[in-house]
Design a binder for this molecule. Sequence first.
Ligand code: ATP
Ligand code: MG
Length: 252
Amino acid sequence: MIAFQDVTISFGEKTVLRELSFQAEFHEKIAILGGSGEGKTTILKLILGLLRPDRGRIIIDNQDITTMSEAELRKIRMNFSIVFQEGALFDSLNVYENVAFCLREHTSLKENEIEQEVRRLLKRVDIEDAIYLMPEELSGGMQRRVAIARSLAACEPKMILYDEPTTGLDPLTAENICSLINELSEGSPPDRKGFIAVTHKVTDAAKVAERFLFVKDGKIEFDGNLEEMIRTDNGTLKRFINELLILGDSHV
Ligand SMILES: Nc1ncnc2c1ncn2[C@@H]1O[C@H](COP(=O)(O)OP(=O)(O)OP(=O)(O)O)[C@@H](O)[C@H]1O
Ligand SMILES: [Mg+2]
């Protein structure tokens, strides 16, 4: 379980989150929507304890992480894997080495076991053929797949955190990544691995998430399912999801 309780964080003069609160279970499929600079990436960093709030509490698995030591936080981070914004692969390492890097960091596997595990992970994201290519030789969608495989190599997470998983991809490739996100969270709650995907791509969010949070001015302005979001009377959210509303109309 994740709980934000009145979380406030500022950078210099700028207050990014203001007494923001929400609760989520690890098996939930959540999209956090919001404009650029509204604090979406900041929320993910707070969950991982990479940032600490100025005020308020963040509870993960019944433990308050806001006062934890770095060693305790490392254990908390094992609950999650994160796919950073833009994939962020190591440019000088090939696909194999990018994924193996995390296994070398986090496990004591022997080289032949590492190779087996890298192949298994690449197969899982359907990109095994690219094993010896360099990041620059991959398309944006392939890079995103490798980034997802790499994040899964870090640990067997209870929840995956995606930062803008489809931003910058063409519609078909984005659709592909959405399918992969759904596959990795297959099954029924509470046994499945959930995710939090932060994104401003509402149509992609609608393809993967069951619950939607809309962040505006440092607060959660909306929290509900797709149907509720489409029927929202929040003017800003309505404009934000306009694309979705137009698509909805065309189906009628
Ligand atoms: N480490 C930092 N130091 C100073 N300012 C920061 C830092 N991290 C974030 N900010 C500021 O906090 C605000 C929120 O940043 P954040 O990256 O969380 O936004 P975002 O919603 O993820 O935006 P985007 O959609 O563009 O990725 C921005 O104004 C940003 O400049
Ligand atoms: Mg961001």
